[in-house]
Design a binder for this molecule. Structure first.
Ligand code: OOG
Ligand code: MG
Length: 265
């Protein structure tokens, strides 16, 4: 049986990503892979992403809504890293050729105007450091077969990071009622799900506060200029080739993702 370490799990996860290969979760073989160890793996994979030339552009929250927690069977929210290699420009299709089994979820996105350091940051203080709020969509992609994982596995896997798109036009944080802000998820023009900002820990700024306070445990902060994905508001939908997924927000506008030509590999 393989004896896993932070370094070998980091290598295996980055290899799976590069080779578009999924695998069974590590916690079956290495029950000691708890959330704290998962963060050590996440930080090791970030070091390797930066060493190969990517830059750190922000953080994403995972499992901040009941819809996501129930689907994934994990009820602890967590934070993970965003690099420039994950950015999709509005209008770019889902990068199917580098993803394993992508799914799409609507997210309220913050762009930070000020640095925020914890511990003890409140949602109100967090919101005051936000420069603009944007409509967004995340293309998640797990390195685990059928997205089956425990909390330590998914934290190690950088919270199923894949790609994400943020609407170019944002609004000042105080210009939107983020609790009431509604999103409708459409697949090929048909509404399949909807939620409001309240789904995200009661208020998306709670997710930002959670990220800041979690990072402070590791001596880190949320930096000015960073992008923060506050977490999927609804369950994610499959990025089926040939389809278009739209996330239509009431005040923040729309984000549309074409899922690639039908029939491709
Ligand atoms: C974990 C990633 C969760 C979110 O917004 O909740 C996430 C997963 O669902 O595979 O990105
Ligand atoms: Mg997400």
């Amino acid at each position: 049986m393989t004896v896993w370490t932070v370094e070998s799990v980091a290598s295996e996860l980055l290899d799976c990503e590069a080779q578009r290969r999924d695998r069974t979760r590590f916690t079956d073989e290495w029950p000691e892979l708890d959330v704290d160890t998962g963060y050590q793996v996440q930080d090791e994979t970030l070091r390797r992403r930066l060493a190969r030339g990517e830059s750190l552009v922000g953080v994403k929250l995972g499992l901040t809504s009941k819809a996501k927690q129930q689907r994934m069977g994990v009820d602890t929210p967590f934070v993970a890293w965003l690099t420039d290699a994950m950015v999709l420009q509005p209008g770019e299709p889902v990068p199917q050729d580098r993803l394993i089994h992508p799914r799409i979820e609507p997210e309220i996105v913050f762009v930070m105007k000020e640095r925020l350091a914890g511990p003890g940051v409140t949602a109100e203080q967090a919101l005051a450091a936000v420069g603009s709020v944007h409509a967004g969509a995340e293309v998640i992609d797990s390195r685990y077969r059928d997205f089956r994982f425990a909390a330590g596995d998914v934290v190690a896997d950088n919270a199923s990071s894949g790609a994400y798109v943020v609407a170019a036009q944002g609004l000042p944080a105080d210009a939107v009622d983020l609790v009431a802000e509604q999103v409708v998820v459409e697949v090929d023009g048909e509404a399949v799900d909807r939620a409001t900002g309240a789904a995200v820990l009661g208020h998306p700024a709670e997710a930002l506060a959670l990220a800041v306070n979690e990072l402070s445990r590791r001596g880190l902060a949320v930096e000015a200029g960073w992008t923060v994905l506050t977490g999927g508001m609804t369950d994610a939908v499959f990025a089926t080739r040939g389809s278009t997924v739209a996330c239509r927000f009431a005040s923040l506008g729309d984000v549309e993702l074409f899922c690639g030509e039908a029939g491709g590999a």
